[in-house]
Design a binder for this molecule. Structure first.
Ligand code: MF3
Ligand code: CO
Ligand code: CO
Length: 306
C-alpha cells in the first residue's frame, strides 16, 4: 500500500458540504453528496481510511443555529434557581422539559435520542456525562453538570454548565474551574485556519498542567440539522494536526475533566459514564460558529459570559 497521505478536499457547491477523505490515497472527483456516499459504500475503504462530511452553514442556517443556541442557553439560565438541596434530578428534567416544550415551542433533543429516556442529562459528582435524571435527590455539596440540547426550526443548540448545590467543596470548585478554563482556551483559538488538533492540544495542555485529566472516550462534535455531525472535536491532540476550520462550520467544545485519572466506566444502564477511580468530573459545553473573523459562541446566556 503506498505510504503516502493525501488530504483531499472537495467542495460540492450544491450541497455546501466539504468532503475530507482523511489519510487516504483515494481521490474522488468533485461530485454531489449522494454520488460520494455511493462511491464510499462501494469502495471497501480500510477502517483507517475514514472520511468526514462537514456541513458548512449558509447565513440563513447560521441564523437558525443562533436561535437554537440561545434557547438552549436560556434553559440553563432558567434552571439555575431550581438547583438546591432536596430537589431530584428527575424534577429538574421535568421543569426543563416543560419549559422547552411549552415556553420555547422547541424539542428536547435527548428525549428518545438513540433510546435516551429523558429530556436533559444530569451528571452528578463522579458522573462524567449522560447521567439519566431520576430519583437522585441533590444534597448540599453535590456538584453536577446539566446538559441541554434543543431543536428549534430544524436546528440544534447544545450547551452545558456546572452547578453547585449549596456550598461546593474546594475540589469540586477546582475541577469545574479547570474544565471551564480549558473550554475557554479551546474556544479562544477558533478561527478559519485553526486545526482541530490545535484545539485539542490547547485543552489538554491546560488540563494536564493543572494535574487533572482529559476523558478520551467522548468528544465535541459538529452540530446543525443533526445532533451529532462530523467532525469529532477531540479534547486532546497534537498542534497542527487534523481538520482545518472554515467559516460556516458549527461544532461543540465540551471537555470532560477528571480530578483523578482519565479512565471511565459505563454503567449497566447503558448511558451513565462514571470515572473508574470515582474521582470528581466536570464539564462545560458551548456550540460555536466559525466566522470569517474568528468565532461566535452561539450558546451564551443572559449574562453574556462564556
Ligand atoms: N448533549 C450531549 C452532548 O453534548 C449528548 C447527550 S446524548 C443523550 O453531545 F442521549 F444522552 F442525551
Ligand atoms: Co454536545
Ligand atoms: Co451537550
Amino acid at each position: 500500500r503506498p505510504n503516502v497521505t493525501v488530504h483531499v478536499w472537495f467542495i460540492a457547491k450544491k450541497e455546501r458540504a466539504l468532503y475530507h477523505t482523511g489519510p487516504s490515497v483515494t481521490i474522488f472527483r468533485i461530485c454531489q453528496i449522494n454520488q460520494l456516499r455511493a462511491h464510499l459504500a462501494r469502495s471497501r475503504a480500510a477502517p483507517d481510511r475514514r472520511y468526514m462530511t462537514v456541513s458548512i452553514k449558509t447565513p440563513e442556517e447560521q441564523d437558525r443555529m443562533r436561535v437554537a443556541g440561545r434557547l438552549a442557553a436560556e434553559v440553563l439560565d432558567m434552571i439555575g434557581d431550581h438547583v438546591r438541596p432536596g430537589v431530584s434530578t428527575g424534577e429538574l428534567d421535568e421543569i426543563c422539559h416543560r419549559y422547552i416544550v411549552e415556553e420555547q415551542d422547541a424539542i428536547p433533543a435527548p428525549l428518545n435520542y438513540r433510546g435516551f429516556p429523558k429530556s436533559i442529562c444530569t451528571s452528578v459528582n463522579h458522573v462524567v456525562c449522560h447521567g439519566i435524571p431520576g430519583d437522585r435527590v441533590l444534597k448540599n455539596g453535590d456538584c453536577l453538570n446539566i446538559d441541554i440540547t434543543v431543536i428549534k426550526d430544524g436546528f440544534h443548540g447544545d450547551t452545558s454548565r456546572m452547578f453547585f448545590v449549596g456550598k461546593p467543596s474546594v475540589a469540586a470548585e477546582r475541577v469545574s474551574a479547570v474544565s471551564h478554563e480549558a473550554m475557554k482556551r479551546g474556544i479562544g483559538i477558533v478561527k478559519p485556519g485553526t486545526r482541530l488538533g490545535d484545539i485539542g492540544h490547547a485543552i489538554q495542555r491546560y488540563v494536564e498542567s493543572h494535574h487533572c485529566s482529559v476523558v478520551r472516550e467522548y468528544c465535541g462534535h459538529g452540530i446543525g440539522r443533526e445532533f451529532h455531525e462530523d467532525p469529532q472535536v477531540l479534547h486532546y491532540g497534537r498542534r497542527g494536526a487534523g481538520l482545518e476550520l472554515k467559516a460556516g462550520m458549527t461544532f461543540t467544545i465540551e471537555p470532560m475533566v477528571n480530578a483523578g485519572r482519565r479512565h471511565v466506566r459505563l454503567l449497566p444502564d447503558g448511558w451513565t459514564v462514571v470515572t473508574k477511580d470515582h474521582s470528581l468530573s466536570a464539564q462545560w459545553e458551548h456550540t460555536i460558529l466559525v466566522t470569517e473573523e474568528g468565532h461566535e459562541v452561539l450558546t451564551l446566556g443572559a449574562s453574556g459570559e462564556i
